[in-house]
Design a protein around this ligand. Structure first.
Ligand code: SAM
Ligand code: SF4
Length: 340
């Protein structure tokens, strides 16, 4: 028995000694937005329903990670997780899982557009944290960026998440040069006023259209310079395995995070693995290989057999992505197909 009363634990460790603690699960490849840095306006080939993991299948795979390997955090993502019907039912199932250190922490990344109705229900179902994507405060630019006219709904969704008791609520803002880099300070001010932590994300080569280029990336150093010239910050040490470097405002008005995937990779501390909506297991966002756990499960394999596949895949987890190197190969899936 583990400390929290769960089953005995064996850590899932890769060949570089990194212990896996965080599982990202994509619950759908579909989305109600079409963000330019993620999806094309048209032409995405959606998975057929039968190819997508059912809630029972997700629960069974998640249970292996939590109970057997001590994974203590699950983040639901997509596509847009809230377009999956009956999502609170899945949240309830997953938040009931108990690992050796106690109940698993279930979080979600969402575009926020439907949170006014869903936030209280998800909270009641056991969701513990929510990250909401918001890249601009300008409604015209929002429409251009997401190809949807829903800035008001997203801001209302952020308020709804706070009112439902989510704390902290974090905002994800992908910064692209010439698109929204002129709004970095405005987004920071928004976070300060609304008491939410804005996390600035470097643009990654995972857009479906393949338009990413390094010139479009606004790096951590530049983002930090811009913000601290208006609102001075100091770094909070000990980032651990989290993807964001965190900084606190010197005047006490909260915090920001910066996710420097491109300019300052944090692969050495990575504790994350992923399941796509179709049940493919990926040990890196940028992986070019996957292990089809759903096929294994549907073919009748036992938990032990599936666990062997998980361990074999984790043993091959890369030291790190190679975005800045000549031998970088873009994965053939884009962000919404992987589950960011
Ligand atoms: N639909 C949800 C959302 O937008 O929050 C969850 C899925 S989305 C793929 C997860 C996160 O990936 C979002 O914060 C989104 O902004 C981010 N993202 C998508 N494409 C990206 C890219 N090319 N570079 C960096 N971040 C990206
Ligand atoms: Fe949809 Fe999220 Fe991708 Fe935007 S970033 S298109 S909201 S999946």
């Amino acid at each position: 028995m583990g400390v929290g009363g769960g089953p005995a634990k064996s850590d899932l460790v890769d060949s570089f000694g990194r212990i896996i603690r965080d599982l990202r699960i994509s619950v759908t490849d579909r989305c109600n937005f079409r963000c330019t840095y993620c999806m094309p306006e048209q032409g995405m080939d959606w998975l057929p329903r039968s190819a997508v993991m059912s809630f029972e299948e997700i629960e069974r795979l998640a249970q292996i990670f939590v109970e057997r390997y001590g994974v203590n955090g699950i983040r639901l993502t997509g596509g847009e997780p809230t377009v999956r019907a009956h999502l609170p039912v899945l949240v309830e199932k997953l938040s009931g899982l108990v690992g050796p250190d106690g109940p698993v922490n279930v979080a979600m990344t969402t575009n926020g557009a439907t949170l006014r109705t869903l936030a209280p229900v998800l909270r009641a179902a056991g969701l513990s944290r929510v990250n909401i994507s918001l890249d601009t405060l300008d409604s015209k630019k929002f429409h251009e960026l997401t190809r949807r006219d829903q800035l008001e709904q997203v801001i209302d969704g952020i308020d709804a998440a706070r009112q439902a008791g989510f704390d902290p609520v974090k905002i994800n803002a992908v910064i692209q040069r010439g698109v929204n880099d002129d709004e970095i300070t405005d987004l920071a001010a928004f976070g300060r006023e609304r008491e939410v932590e804005v996390r600035f994300i470097e643009f990654m080569p995972l857009d479906a259209t393949g338009h990413w280029m390094s010139e479009a990336v606004v790096g951590q150093a530049e983002i930090l310079d811009i913000i601290s010239s208006v609102y001075p910050v100091e770094q909070i040490p000990a980032r651990g395995a989290a993807p964001a470097d965190r900084f606190r405002y010197l005047d006490g008005a909260g915090m920001i995070g910066i996710i420097p995937t491109v300019t300052k990779p944090f692969c050495g501390d990575c504790d994350r693995v992923r399941l796509t909506a179709e049940g493919d297991f990926r040990t890196c966002l940028f992986a070019t290989e996957e292990s089809d756990l759903l096929a294994a499960l549907r073919s009748g394999e036992t938990d032990d057999q599936i666990a062997t596949r998980i361990e074999a895949a984790v043993a091959l987890k890369w030291a790190g992505h190679r975005i800045n190197q000549v031998n970088f190969i873009r994965p053939d899936k884009s962000m919404s197909q992987i589950g960011g």
